[in-house]
Design a protein around this ligand. Structure first.
Ligand code: 13P
Ligand code: SF4
Length: 326
């Protein structure tokens, strides 16, 4: 037995004893995905977390996801194996304090300026566009969700925006998802200027290189990529949307424009098809923080509990519930 399989066995035993359920995002390490009860995209995991009949959820993902689980199921104990697993894009907008305007991600070349000064906040943009509802991508902190009107994920952004009565909508924090939504609706979209450094690093030139290398492959891209990339894609969808697309498509080869963790499931579920990363460095360090060791430690010690205070949880839940009902 390998060290990894010994750890996996220990986790599975302890999970049974504790009555815990392990949720994993599609970008998690392969060995972590392999011990999960449910693997999915942000929307599927939110839905699963709210429907599960269990006392303990171990959330293998980043902190906004564990927060969402706790918001939807406050009676459950939600454990985040690595408390430092944060989404840098989520931290690019705050309700009132200074935001994270980091551009020094390894391998990421920052292009395009910030539209708003570093001190600009969610409250500031609401004040600038009074009456425009705020659609918050789930990649936001709980207090930002609480201050928004409705949430969306990469799987339902267009539908959520279309469901609103207003012709003018504020979309936060991802400028690329906002541009994709704007392209697919008739509404006026006011976009925040955040980005995911994993997806925003991909350029038109990268697509040209990948298509030259794999001329017969179909290109699927995540809406967190730039519009110049999405415009060249055969299909634009969330991570689980990519899994469904790969399964149902008659194509034999695919170029995958999202975090490379998704390749594990794509290859496992489609052994006769070929999957190539659009760029090999599309790797999210935050998503890779969670290890088998940290999952085991969380279960053994029952530490790293994520709990959202009630005054934030209740309005944040309204935004998530509104999304789930669309
Ligand atoms: P989805 O899995 O919902 O497409 O989200 C991608 C993502 O970046 C989550 O952090
Ligand atoms: Fe955040 Fe991007 Fe990592 Fe997703 S892939 S957690 S959006 S930094």
């Amino acid at each position: 037995m390998t060290d990894l399989s010994i750890l996996q066995e220990k986790i599975l035993r302890l999970k049974e004893e504790r009555g815990a359920i392990i949720l994993s995002h599609n970008y998690q390490r392969e060995e972590v995905q392999d011990i999960a009860d449910f693997i999915g995209d942000s929307l599927e995991l939110s839905r699963t977390a709210s429907e599960l009949k269990c006392d303990i959820i171990v959330f293998c993902g980043v902190n906004f996801m564990a927060e969402s689980a706790s918001i939807l199921s406050p009676e459950k104990t939600v454990l985040l194996p690595e408390l430092g697993a944060n989404c840098p894009m989520a931290d690019m907008i705050t309700v009132s304090g200074p935001r994270n305007a980091m551009t020094n991600f390894p391998g990421y070349k920052y292009t395009g300026g910030y539209k708003f000064p570093v001190g600009f906040t969610l409250r500031d943009i609401k004040e600038r566009y009074p009456g425009a509802p705020v659609v918050a991508y789930v990649n936001t902190t709980a207090d930002v969700k609480a201050e928004s009107d409705v949430c969306c994920t990469s799987a339902n952004g267009v539908r959520v925006v279309e469901s609103l009565a207003s012709d003018k909508v504020i979309c936060i924090p991802d400028r690329n998802l906002a541009a994709w939504i704007a392209k697919n609706t008739n509404k006026e979209i006011i976009a925040w200027d955040g980005f995911c450094h994993v997806h925003d690093r991909v350029t038109r030139d990268d697509v040209i290189v990948a298509k030259r290398e794999y001329p017969d492959a179909v290109l699927v891209a995540h809406p967190e990529c730039r519009l110049e990339v999405l415009d060249m894609a055969d299909h634009v969808t969330s991570t689980s949307g990519m899994l469904r697309f790969a399964k149902s498509s008659s194509a034999a080869s695919f170029i995958i424009g999202t975090e490379i963790g998704l390749l594990h499931r794509l290859r496992k579920e489609n052994p006769s098809k070929n999957f190539y990363p659009l760029r090999k460095d599309m790797l999210c360090p935050s998503m890779k923080k969670t290890t088998l060791q940290s999952v085991l430690r969380a279960l053994e010690t029952m530490t790293n509990v994520v709990k959202v205070p009630e005054d934030i949880r209740i309005p944040a839940k309204k935004s998530l519930d509104r999304m789930l009902s669309v």
